[in-house]
Design a protein around this ligand. Structure first.
Ligand code: NAP
Length: 322
């Protein structure tokens, strides 16, 4: 059964698995609508999005789908601070851009408020104080409820917090990409900031379903991700297969259940699960009901160390400055 948590500023309980809508931005409307319906059936009430996912398309599909549900039943988290130019995507947290951006999101989402509004990536050309003040003005106007930051390092989080305390923090976090454990995650836990893990399934690797001969040429994220390039990709697949086998043997649970529970085993965390078709999230409420023990986590770490000789993080995702 789905588990829930609380986020300061939001009246309803929030599911500990959130539907990540980035892939919905790049697939058919019908598949997107059905995926949202299925997520809600499984007890997920948090949907994470951004105006840059499919250039507004993900927000539009969410907005159209939500018409049939009560607005208070759904927790929408969206973002600002990334601007699509003709050639690329750049960081922009200027007050002018943020104002234009939030108006666009509210229109596409067909709502007058966003539950969690996040700075997608910090903008080094903008003062953190001014960015935080712009967020506060949105909150005072009732356009947003909880304040979120994303992809900030520790110093940037502290800097932002001097003006405005964030309620959530979103960063990449999965069993292959765990850098946040050294500083960001403890900071969130000490400061009652709910941590939203993105890439929870490492783009599908941690489902155990990816094939060695897959072609990523047309995939908007995987084609740029060095994990999915040979020969490194083979090492990751081998580690996945090793972890999947021993987890099934010890707990009758595959790697997907382990990957999500590994995130949720930390206090104050939510796992964002990217999906664009209903089948993707079919097991969303059955990953609960067990906890991987210390021995399981130790064996998992050993397998990763032994097999992945050439590990690489999610740094390729970093957008450029203006
Ligand atoms: N703040 C940020 O900068 C940031 C960055 C990235 C993502 N996010 C958010 O976090 C969410 C989650 O991250 P993510 O979408 O990058 O990664 P993810 O959840 O690790 O992986 C999503 C991908 O995994 C595959 N997948 C999911 N369930 C599956 C299943 N049951 N069986 C087989 N394959 C499955 C699909 O791949 P295919 O597409 O190949 O079918 C899907 O697109 C995003 O959707 C977005 O909302 C935020």
């Amino acid at each position: 059964m789905m588990e829930f948590t609380r986020i300061s500023g939001i009246g309803t309980k929030v599911s500990r698995i959130g539907l990540g809508s980035q892939p919905i931005g790049y697939h058919s409307k019908e598949a997107g609508r059905q995926t949202i319906d299925r997520a809600l059936e499984h007890g997920i009430n948090l949907i994470d999005t951004s105006p840059v996912y499919g250039n507004g398309r993900a927000e539009e599909i969410i907005g159209e789908t939500l018409k049939k549900y009560g607005r208070e039943e759904i927790v929408i988290s969206s973002k600002t601070g990334l601007e699509k130019t003709r050639e690329t995507t750049v960081r922009n947290s200027s007050p002018e851009f943020m104002l234009k951006d939030i108006e666009g999101s509210l229109r596409r989402l067909r709502t007058d408020y966003i539950d969690i509004y996040q700075i997608h990536w910090p903008d080094p050309l903008q003062s953190m104080e001014e960015t935080a003040r712009t967020m506060r003005s949105f909150q005072e106007e009732g356009k947003i409820r909880a304040i979120g930051i994303s992809n900030f390092d520790l110093r940037q989080m502290e800097d932002f917090s001097e003006t405005l305390k964030p309620n959530t923090c979103q960063c990449p976090y999965n069993i292959f990409e765990s850098k946040v454990e050294s500083d960001i995650l403890p900071y969130c836990q000490d400061n009652e900031i709910v941590f939203l893990a993105y890439r929870s399934l490492c783009q599908g690797l941690l489902t155990g379903k990816m094939k060695a001969d897959a072609d990523f040429t047309d995939h908007p994220v995987k084609r740029a991700d060095p994990k999915f390039q040979l020969p490194r990709y083979r090492q990751y697949l081998e580690a996945v297969s090793g972890i999947d086998s021993f987890s099934k043997e010890m707990h009758s649970r595959g790697i997907l259940d382990l990957a999500i529970q590994w995130i949720l085993g930390h206090d104050n965390t939510i796992a964002l699960w990217g999906a664009w078709k209903p089948e993707h999230i079919e097991s969303a409420d059955s990953v609960f009901g067990w906890n991987p023990d210390k021995e399981t986590l130790y064996r998992m770490t050993q397998i990763i160390k032994e097999i992945i000789k050439d590990p690489v993080g999610p740094e390729f995702l970093e957008p450029s400055t203006r």
